[in-house]
Design a binder for this molecule. Sequence first.
Ligand code: MLT
Length: 260
Amino acid sequence: MLQHRECGSGRAIVFVHGFPFHAEQWSAVTSELSSLGRCLTPDLRGFGRSTFDAATTPDVYTMEQHADDLSAWLDAHGLREPVVLVGFSMGGYVAWPFFRKHRNRLRALVLCDTRAIADTPEGAAGRAGLAARVLAEGRAPLIDGMLPKLLAPDTFTSRPEVVTAVRALMEAAPPRAIAAALRGMAQRPDSTPLLSRIDVPTLVVCGEHDAISSPSEMRGISALIPSARFVQIERAGHMTTHENPAALCKALREFVSSLA
Ligand code: MLT
């Protein structure tokens, strides 16, 4: 069963972390938004406190498996009312199958710094190679390759505390979970055909310097979702949760407040 943290009360807002992070990724956001609703931050399978027995841990965590885990976790906590699901990057990859399989559990969607398209064959092969290296060598190859893409150039030069915080999140990820999630992301299908069928209120958010899921790509996602709105977060790369949580909170507050 997934472990989670929570604060606040009222409407359930579920914050799904990215790769290779855990619930802590959302702490600056949820502490600010506890007056807006019941902010729930699960640790996805294998990450944070959601440790799974090594003997029964599969080699691949598919995005669909994560979506089903979330649905089972909502059941286990008696959360039957539709929730606002906020997915960051890999959390957004999980939001697509969650919408497909558990649409009745959704009041609204927020897609932060994420992508709808599948990996290219080269990208998927790169993830498979990285998974093998992380299992053999530890997290270093992942952190060395990924950290430079996560933050805006200005964050590296002027905000060392943000770099330290993001690195610490990555250093907490177990190598087995890293490998399983890399393989699962590599297998995810193209969700672009789903976008025009999304019929819940949707907010699409992207850091202005996001080098992983670019603002132009995310504007394209927003344009394909009926009645989605797009908000660009200034002074942020991919890690909007860390580089400009105030602007992210403002966008989330306005969106959630606008829901009936
Ligand atoms: C994330 O932040 O979850 C990752 O950048 C997703 C990915 O590696 O595609």
